[in-house]
Design a protein around this ligand. Structure first.
Ligand code: IPE
Ligand code: IPE
Ligand code: MG
Length: 226
């Protein structure tokens, strides 16, 4: 496949509806979604993508019922104590973006360890957006930039975003049928190609991922030029 994006953002939506269709609790949808992430990370790396950012929990999602949130936190606990080693084995680094202070203490600690224990010479980076919201990220970056006393330019602001040092996403995929960004990488997505699919995230296979890559390879990115 030619013209592979360097960085892909993935809004993993539709877990709840996937479970509902099967008369199962939403938590089982999230569980199925997590299994997809594990496979897709390996696949993305195989395709030559260097950064995969997955939207796992928005800052707005924290208003969901306690029971659903506890299920999600348990999944993070499981992922970051077991599956993360598989990533390391593939020479992949982990990065977390979002507000760790709003998370249960042990979860925040596991996420920080997941990041810190990453291989140093990684060839792939898996970015997890957890308790992440773009507006909060931009406000935080503006404050940090102002406090630093530096002149506020695009460059300084970008340095203080959670994504500082990570290239902008070339392609953003959203599963689950909604045509919106839901507070995901708003600043960074200025020139991202957007791909929306009705496929619910637990059904978003490697084949579906490849369809998005194929569509991306056909796009003409002009960045305002002629
Ligand atoms: C996305 O799936 C995962 C999270 C937001 C945590 P949803 O839970 O939003 O699934 P739907 O949109 O209700 O189907
Ligand atoms: C976006 O999905 C957040 C994640 C996939 C983590 P939501 O289900 O929260 O988005 P809305 O509420 O439909 O916009
Ligand atoms: Mg949703």
């Amino acid at each position: 496949m030619e013209n592979i994006p360097l960085h892909v953002g993935l809004i993993m939506d539709g877990n709840g509806r996937w479970a509902k269709k099967r008369l199962m609790p939403r938590s089982l949808g999230h569980n199925a979604g997590m299994n997809r992430v594990v496979s897709l990370a390996e696949h993305a790396q195989k395709r030559g993508i260097k950064y995969l950012t997955v939207y796992a929990l928005s800052s707005e999602n924290l208003a969901r019922p306690k029971e659903e949130l506890e299920g999600l936190f348990n999944l993070f606990r499981k992922y970051f104590s077991e599956n993360v080693k598989k990533l390391y084995g593939q020479n992949a680094a982990v990065k977390i973006i979002g507000d760790m202070q709003g998370l249960p203490h042990d979860v925040a600690k596991l996420l920080a360890e997941g990041e810190a224990n990453s291989p140093k010479e990684a060839t792939f980076c898996m970015v997890f957006a957890i308790n992440y919201g773009s507006r909060k990220e931009i406000v935080r970056a503006a404050k940090l930039a102002a406090e630093s006393g530096e002149e506020i330019t695009e460059k300084t602001l970008e340095k203080y975003l959670y994504t500082g040092g990570i290239p902008n996403p070339d392609l953003i995929i959203r599963t689950g049928g909604e045509i919106r960004l839901s507070n995901f990488l708003l600043y960074q997505a200025a020139y991202s190609e957007l791909y929306f699919t009705d496929v619910l995230f637990p059904d978003f296979t490697e084949k579906e991922f490849d369809k998005a890559l194929k569509e991306f390879s056909r796009r003409d990115r002009r960045f305002g030029r002629v």
